[in-house]
Design a protein around this ligand. Structure first.
Ligand code: EPU
Length: 419
């Protein structure tokens, strides 16, 4: 049984909103806490489904995890199991972080091929290349990675693509390896820096996170620490899109405007008003967006995770826009749903060509993945009439209290249990 979101669109959303902690940091930081032989307290966690699933996986490995609102207390002193439950592993891509963390902690890991949003092939070759370079053996046996490392030894690893997951996984294992590891062409996303800072707070020696070369000197032990997760840049960008889409006026508090520069620049190109403060952004929708081109790129380029909400915004632009999705080959599944709402979009491989229409209309649509779900929320908020979005479980994976937050900004939205 899944819930539906029912939105009566066409209302400008305005007011203040607080951004939750970053999903993509949270799932990596929690896994990283398995490396610690003491107690870690992690604050500002988003209360989302992925955090709950990861907590269950960590408990199955022998960690004690207490979750109290946005704070987790993790005691991984006695972890003794290395086989992650396959049915939970399949639920999220971030399960792959258990491989690096368990190799670093126990020298063994058995973790299934991770699941996650269906947005294209999501290979693990760069994770494998990096962990093997550190001396781990990795065999794929009946859909699970069986990994062993008597000793992890530092190495120089070049990533053919600046993969977020591979960079983090290698960092997790390398901070307990003997000697020095260098990751060349590392991902520079803010959540990579957040994980490095968390590891540093436990005593790891990591330099260069946030640049394309990360240097790690392994240490024998990591100690307990208290750490607060970074604000979520994708949630921030989603509120920015919502403000522009509804011709509203939203002040987004507790965010990091510096992380949002590519997004702010695009909104300004569309003719929207964007005001940047130290820890807030204010976005005002000024009318129909001007058409623009967007190419998704690794950070600090325009994030692939915001491609969908921004495509919705461009579906009512005053002309022809083009999106080039360079990170995932099939992140356009939501376009069929958007067409039901009146959008005129043609997709050829990784290119989406959008002819702006005057307005979208509400109808019944279904979320196909997390960010596609967010995009349909943006569409429902700006559409004429009522939009009913099913498969809300995808949205719950990444957006905390989405209904309550929308209502606080004046949206006419309610959540109903199907059936
Ligand atoms: N790739 C490879 N080989 C690998 C790993 C990745 O070819 O071994 C390719 C992928 O196929 C993809 C590209 O590299 O084309 C990017 O993958 P990356 O490893 O950077 O992504 P990820 O770690 O699997 C994280 C986020 C995603 C986000 C991407 C890109 C988490 C848990 N997930 O995924 O977030 O889209 O980075 O920024 O951090 C989301 O939040 O909705 C989401 C999907």
């Amino acid at each position: 049984m899944d819930d539906k979101l029912v939105i009566n669109g066409g209302k400008p959303l305005s007011g203040e909103i607080h951004v939750s902690g970053s999903k993509n940091s949270a799932v990596a930081v929690l896994a990283a806490a398995l490396l610690c032989e003491g107690v870690c307290v992690v604050e500002n966690l988003p209360t989302i489904e992925d955090v709950v699933v990861l907590k269950s996986m960590m408990e199955a490995l022998g960690a004690k995890v207490e979750l109290d609102g946005s704070t987790a207390r993790i005691d991984a002193s006695d972890i003794n199991r290395y086989h992650a439950p396959i049915e939970l592993v399949r639920k999220m891509r971030a399960s792959n972080y258990l491989i690096g963390a368990l190799l670093g902690r126990l020298g063994r890991a058995q973790v299934g091929i991770p699941g996650g949003c269906d947005i294209g092939t999501r290979p693990m070759d760069l994770h494998e290349k990096g962990l093997r370079a550190l001396g781990a053996s990795m065999a794929l046996v009946r859909g699970e990675y069986v990994c062993n490392a008597k000793n992890l030894i530092g190495a120089e690893i070049y990533l053919d693509h600046a993969s977020v997951g591979a960079t983090i996984n290698i960092m997790l294992a390398a901070c307990k390896a003997q000697g020095r590891t260098v990751i060349v062409n590392a991902a520079r996303e803010p959540h990579v820096v957040d994980v490095a800072n968390f590891l540093g707070s436990m005593g790891a020696n990591i330099k260069g996170a946030g640049t394309d070369t990360i240097r790690i000197r392994g240490v024998a032990h990591l100690h307990g620490s208290r750490y607060s997760i970074l604000p979520d840049m994708i949630e921030t960008g989603t509120w920015m899109a919502i403000a522009a889409a509804t011709k509203g006026d939203i002040t987004i508090r507790d965010c990091v405007p510096f992380h949002m520069e590519s997004v702010s620049a695009k909104l300004e190109e569309m003719g929207m008003y964007v005001e940047e403060g130290e820890d807030y952004l204010r976005v005002k929708g000024t009318g129909r967006p001007r058409p623009v081109s967007i190419t998704t790129m690794v950070y600090p380029g325009f994030p692939t995770d915001l491609q969908q909400p921004f495509a919705v915004l461009l579906s009512v632009a005053s002309g022809h826009s083009v999106i080039n999705e360079t990170i995932y080959e099939s992140r356009y599944k939501y376009i069929d749903e958007l067409r039901r709402m009146g959008a005129e979009v043609r997709v050829m491989d990784r290119i989406a060509m959008i002819d702006g229409v005057e307005a979208l209309w509400g109808t019944e649509v279904s979320a196909t993945d997390l960010r596609a779900g967010a995009a349909l929320v943006v569409a429902g908020l700006m559409a004429d009439g009522t939009t009913s979005i099913s498969n809300v479980k995808y949205i719950d994976r990444g957006y905390e209290h989405i209904t309550e937050k929308l209502v606080s900004l004046g949206a006419d939205v309610r959540r109903i249990r199907e059936g």
